[in-house]
Each structure stands twice: as C-alpha cells, then as structure tokens.
Design a protein around this ligand. Structure first.
Ligand code: AVJ
Length: 308
C-alpha cells in the first residue's frame, strides 16, 4: 500500500507523468481485464488457447523427465491451462503444477479449478511477487518448465525484457525450459483495434487506475475529465496506452497537489509486439541455447520454447 503511494506520487511528479502498469490489477481491475479477454478485438487469449490445444503434443515431445515442475508465473485463474495440463498429466508420470500470482484470491480460484479438472495432479500454489517467491522452490530437485504466458513479457521496456529473461535463465538449471506466450508483430490495424475496443472496456480498465488512486490513496480525480488514448507504433512494436487530461486541473493526493495541463498525458502501459527474429536474439542474449516457436493458424501469437 505504501509502495503504491510512493510509486504513484513519484511517477506523477515527473515531467512525463506515468503510472506503473502493475497497479491495473486490483480486484476491480482484474475483473475488467477478464472482460477484456472476452472482447472480439482482443485476439490474444484466443490465439494462445489455440496453440495450447493444437501444439501441446509437439511441445510435450521435448519433455522427457517424468517429474517436471511446471511453474506458471502470473498464473491468473488457470482456465487457459486446463487442456494443456491434462496432456502434461497424461504424458508424464509425476508432474507438478506450481501456479504463482500476486493475487491470493485468484490463486484459490486457480487451484480449485485445476484440481477439479485433474484430481490427481500435484499442485503447489504460491502467492506473491515471483521475483521473491521463486526462491521458495529453488530447493526442489525436479527439472523445470517455467511458463510465462499471456504476452506479459510485452509490458517491459526492451532492456527490462532481456533482463527478465536473464533472471529466468539464472534461476533455471541446464536443460530446463522456459515456455513463453508472445504477441507477434502483425497488421498494425489489428493491434490498434485490440487496444481501442469500441465497447470501451480498455478505457474503463485505464480509468480504474485513477479510481483506485482515489479509493486507496484518497485522491480526487474526476474520471469524466480524463480520456483514454491507445496507439501502436509498428516500427518499435510498442502499443502505448495513455490517459489524457481533458482540462487544465489540479489533483490532490496525500496533501500534495499535481498540476495537469489541458491534454497532458499519463502513460499507463506498454504492450510490446515481437518478431520471431527478435525472440531468437533475446533468447541468445539471455543465455538460452535452443528455441522453437509454436504459432496459431493466423501467425498472430507464439508459444516460444527456450531451453537452457
Ligand atoms: C496482460 C499485459 C498482456 O498488454 O495486452 C490488455 C494487458 N492492456 N488490454 C496486454 C492489457 C490492455 C495485457 N497484458
């Protein structure tokens, strides 16, 4: 909570205002994100599901140990994983599923859902920030598959993305795997539409950041005086989200005042898109020795398998 106050006030005090995108996911924000995932324009989850179902056998053909740990970073409710984990459970003798998520509530949902679907599967749910909680499983002797799904890698700046892959690579032992869901560069208008839905759910998702700051930090944002603007740059591969102040205004947060000019921006999110060549390069740069990409039928999305 205190970190939230500090992060928000620091990033709103800069000349280019921003709010860290991890703060989207309070209880209400997580619900709105679930709604985004059902939008026609937001193609990502459908593509990832298709690959998880169609390519599970091909992916699993690379795993030969019977007792692998499948560590799901930012696991969410787990619904996307059921069919894949069924196939994992069918092929390997004694795999374990280790979902990790910041939200303990969503992890409960995940554990119940997966345990009901696959009663004999060994599940160890670990709540918290995965930069911290991965240490808890370091002592386990099993070979590992770290799963980082849902294009979450896209939220990082480019240097941070490589740093994150290095962090995973350091955590793994030789021969272990990373399985990562990545949104690919494609027709820019498709991407533009995915982050500017006509139903206005992405706008609501962004405005919830201000609502959360009002709720938790006692600020006085008037949501009617802000709009959402999403843009995609096909050259950098970055979709960027902004909140736009529609008037000159003064906002107070914890005794301090923040001045907004008319049309001043608050940057809220990067959703980066990659090419397969960029993914290969990042894999090498971060210490992986081998990789293979599994795509959906439209080549919109990749499940990329990296081996240490
Ligand atoms: C969950 C970070 C992958 O960037 O596509 C969806 C979040 N933001 N619509 C994404 C999001 C706006 C999403 N990630």
């Amino acid at each position: 909570m205190n970190n939230f106050l500090q992060d928000v006030t620091e990033s709103l005090a800069k000349s280019h205002k921003s709010i860290p995108s991890k703060y989207f996911y309070d209880e209400k924000g997580s619900r709105i994100f679930q709604e985004i995932m059902t939008l026609e324009a937001y193609y990502l989850p459908r593509c990832e599901m298709e690959i998880l179902e169609q390519s599970a056998a091909a992916i699993l053909s690379h795993f030969n140990d019977q007792n692998m740990d499948f560590i799901d970073l930012g696991a969410g409710d787990g619904s996307k994983m059921i069919s894949f984990l069924r196939q994992v459970h069918h092929k390997l003798n004694a795999p374990s599923y280790i979902p990790m998520d910041i939200s303990p509530e969503i992890l409960k949902v995940n554990q119940n859902l997966i345990q009901n679907a696959i009663p004999n599967l060994d599940i160890l749910a670990i709540p918290g920030d995965y930069f911290v909680s991965t240490h808890q499983i370091k002592q386990r002797p099993n070979p590992m598959v770290v799963m980082y799904m849902g294009s979450n890698i896209g939220n990082f700046r480019l240097e941070e993305a490589v740093e994150f892959l290095r962090f995973i690579n350091d955590f793994l032992n030789k021969g272990d795997f990373l399985l990562m869901g990545v949104d690919l560069k494609k027709d820019p208008s498709t991407i533009q539409a995915a982050y500017n839905d006509k139903e206005g759910v992405t706008k609501k998702f962004n405005l919830n950041l201000l609502e959360r700051i009002n709720r938790e930090l006692g600020a006085n944002f008037n949501l009617d005086l802000f709009d959402h603007y999403g843009t995609y740059n096909p050259s950098s591969g970055e979709a960027q989200s902004y909140l736009i102040s529609l008037e000159e205004q003064l906002i107070s947060i914890a005794e301090k005042k923040y001045h907004f000019e008319k049309f001043e921006t608050i940057h809220t999110e990067i959703s980066r898109k990659f090419s397969l060549v960029e993914l290969n390069d990042m894999g090498h740069e971060s210490g992986f020795t081998w990789n293979k990409h599994f795509l959906d039928s439209k080549a919109f999305f990749s499940l990329s398998l990296f081996r240490k």
